[in-house]
Structures are given as C-alpha cells and as structure tokens.
Design a protein around this ligand. Structure first.
Ligand code: FAD
Length: 341
C-alpha cells in the first residue's frame, strides 16, 4: 500500500518564497512539507545566480543569492520543515473531505488541508541534447538526473557535459561504475577547478576516459543503449555504454501545474490580493507563479504574499482557532515558537 505523508500544508517549490512561507505558517503553528524538483532549496536564487549580489532585500544592502537562501533556511529551522527534493509534483486532487492529495513523479503521496503553490517560473527541467532518437531511451537507459546511485552500479557509463553536475557525477559514480567515459565538446570546463583536477587525476590513473567531442548518434534496442557515436577533433569514435547521463543545464517550464484544473493567465495563476488564493479554495499561489493587477516579480513581493496567505491558511486548517495578530518583538508566545524565549 502507498505510504501517505500527512501534514498541514504542502508547499510546491522550495524557492525563496516557498521557504519564507514556512516561517509565516510556522508562527501560526502550521507544519509544512516542501517538494522541489531541484536537489536543494533556493529555486532561482540557488540555481541561476547563487553568487550574484541582490540589492533590494529589505535591510540587506547587499546579499548573494545563495546567502539569502542560507539565511532563510536558518530562519525557518525552528519550525522543522520537511523537504522532499528531486521530485516533481505531478498531480494535485481534492479529496472528498475537502483536503488535498499531492503526488510526485516517483509516486509519493502527501495529504494536507492546504496546498501552497510557490512554483516560481515553473519547475526546472533538464535540457535535452540534440541527439536524434534520444527520446526512445529516456527513463530506460538515458537519465537526466541521478536519483539512486545504485542504479548505475556495474554499468558502462557515458556522462556528457562540462559543468558542475557532469563533473560531480563523474567523480561520484566512477567508483561504482564498471567503466566510465566523460565526453565534453572542449578541453575547458565550467565546473569547479577542483573537480576538474580530480577528474583528470582519475583519467591519468586509468580509472576513467575523457573524450573531447559531441554525441551524434545512439545505438541500442527497446530503449536499452549499447553504444554512442562521438564526433571529436580526430574524427568519429563508437563508445560502448549501457547508461547515458547528459548534463546540458536546466530550463524552467510550467510543467504539470497546467493540468491541475486551476484558472491560468498566460501560464501564471491568478489570485486575489487579500489571501493570494487561486480559483480553488484551499490552494494558494505565491511568488513568481501568481498574477494580479500590479504584480512585481520580486522576492519581497513573494514574502508579503506569504504573510497574508498564512493567515487564510490558518483559518482553513484550524477553523476553530482565532487568528490573533502579534509582533515577534513583543509576543512571548511567538518567541517561544522561535526558541528565543
Ligand atoms: P523560484 O525561485 O522560481 O522557485 C520555484 C521552485 O519551484 C523551483 O525550485 C522549481 O524547481 C520548483 N517547482 C516548480 N514547479 C514544480 C513542480 N511541479 N514540482 C516540484 N518543484 C517545482 N528578484 C529580486 O527581488 N531582486 C533581484 O535582484 C533579483 N535578481 C534576479 C536575477 C536573476 C538572474 C534572476 C533569474 C532572477 C532575479 N530575481 C530577483 C527574481 C527572483 O529570483 C524571483 O522573483 C524569485 O526567485 C521567485 O521566487 P519563488 O520562490 O516564487 O520561485
């Protein structure tokens, strides 16, 4: 039987706005579970500009994308949010009792009285390399992410790319693979120099092969790969492989949200500006994913939306409890929740 994880609020997306929502919901005693397709928190800040300075976060004259995420993680720690990473939320349905069931692409099931969609510009999805017929192998012997390393044990692995993901997985999977080849179109890498040096050291020890070139064709049957043709500066070579891991970066796509029966406006979710609730009562949308007159796609707008959403979510989860407005500076009860009183 499928195991069901029950919580007060499921948050789709662990970007800055989803993270701050945990704080606002936590002050009102609501427990949260966040789900993100990425392998870590931070959304666009962590994935697209971790080292860039942000200048318009209130009270931080300058803060980098990653530091903002680190600070948010520290701020929400007292509320012990639960995270499920590397998972796409695929389905969202209402149950007979009015609560919601959320299902991931790996079949995990979550149930909650409130769902908060903090999905930003949509889910980060891997870019497909321009290799003819690659679709037939996807999910069987071509993978764009490593969810369980054991699935790659004793395989002949071909990893393609020159960024951090390609190099990190080369280093992590080399000890368990039967054979590993890394293919990159040029000798220079975008990945951290330390990872590149480690990869070159393994190559020099004969523990992996590094090939300059581009994959132009795949061979195999019924989705099972047997080899790949690589075109390099010295001509074409055939590399035997049973698993291919291309790391060509990520792109943002709305993804399954379009199928959840919500009203949409140009791929955004219209909400009211009192509660930031969608066309479905109990489902809220905050941050870059929502739309209302005057909306600014700024992190600070998402923080404000999270605060108002939380008040409305509280009334749904605990309709019997009064929502009392309190300041963190003066409320001992809020300070106890934060572990500072
Ligand atoms: P996101 O950060 O987009 O996070 C959403 C998360 O939801 C993602 O991690 C995504 O993978 C996940 N997700 C979506 N759908 C699903 C699904 N179905 N299943 C699982 N996970 C899902 N803003 C400012 O205020 N100031 C700035 O200076 C600034 N500079 C920027 C510079 C750049 C280069 C960029 C790209 C943006 C900048 N922004 C800035 C915008 C800011 O980053 C966004 O407003 C902010 O990230 C929105 O936060 P969010 O939590 O709503 O969404």
């Amino acid at each position: 039987m499928t195991q069901v994880t029950r919580t007060d609020v499921v948050i789709v997306g662990a970007g800055p706005v989803g993270l701050f929502a945990v704080f606002e919901l936590g002050l009102l005693d609501l427990k949260c579970h966040l789900i993100d397709i990425l392998d870590r928190p931070g959304g666009q800040c962590a994935e697209l500009y971790p080292e860039k300075p942000i200048y318009d976060i209130p009270a931080w004259p300058v803060i980098s994308g990653q530091e903002l995420v680190d600070r948010l993680m520290e701020q929400i720690k007292p509320f012990q949010p639960q995270f499920t990473f590397n998972r796409m939320v695929c389905a969202l349905e209402r149950l007979e009792d009015g609560s919601f069931r959320v299902t991931t692409d790996e079949g995990e099931v979550f149930e909650a009285k409130v769902v908060v969609i903090a999905a930003g510009g949509g889910s980060f999805q891997p870019k497909r390399p321009p290799i003819p017929g690659i679709e037939a192998f996807e999910g069987k012997s071509v993978f764009y992410a490593v969810r369980r390393m054991e699935e790659f044990r004793d395989e002949d692995l071909l990893i393609v790319g020159g960024g951090d993901s390609a190099l990190d997985w080369t280093l992590n999977l080399q000890p368990i693979a039967r054979r590993l080849t890394l293919v990159h179109r040029r000798p220079e890498f975008r990945a951290a120099p330390d990872s590149v040096n480690k990869m070159l050291a393994l190559r020099d020890e004969g523990k992996l092969t590094f090939q300059i070139g581009q994959v132009t064709a795949l061979t195999g049957e019924d989705g099972q790969l047997t080899g790949a043709r690589v075109k390099g500066p010295d001509g074409e070579v055939e590399i035997a492989c049973t698993r291919l891991l291309p790391f060509f970066g990520l792109t943002m796509k709305l993804g399954p949200i379009a199928n959840w029966g919500l009203n949409l406006h140009e791929n955004l979710i219209p909400v009211d500006t009192e509660k930031f609730e969608t066309s479905e009562p109990g489902i809220f949308a905050i941050g870059d994913i929502n739309h209302y007159p005057g909306k600014l796609k700024l992190i600070l707008s998402g923080f404000h939306e999270a605060a108002l959403m939380a008040q409305a979510a509280k009334r749904i989860v605990h309709p019997d409890q009064r929502v009392v407005f309190q300041y963190t500076t003066s409320s001992t009860s809020l300070q106890k929740k934060l572990g500072v009183a």
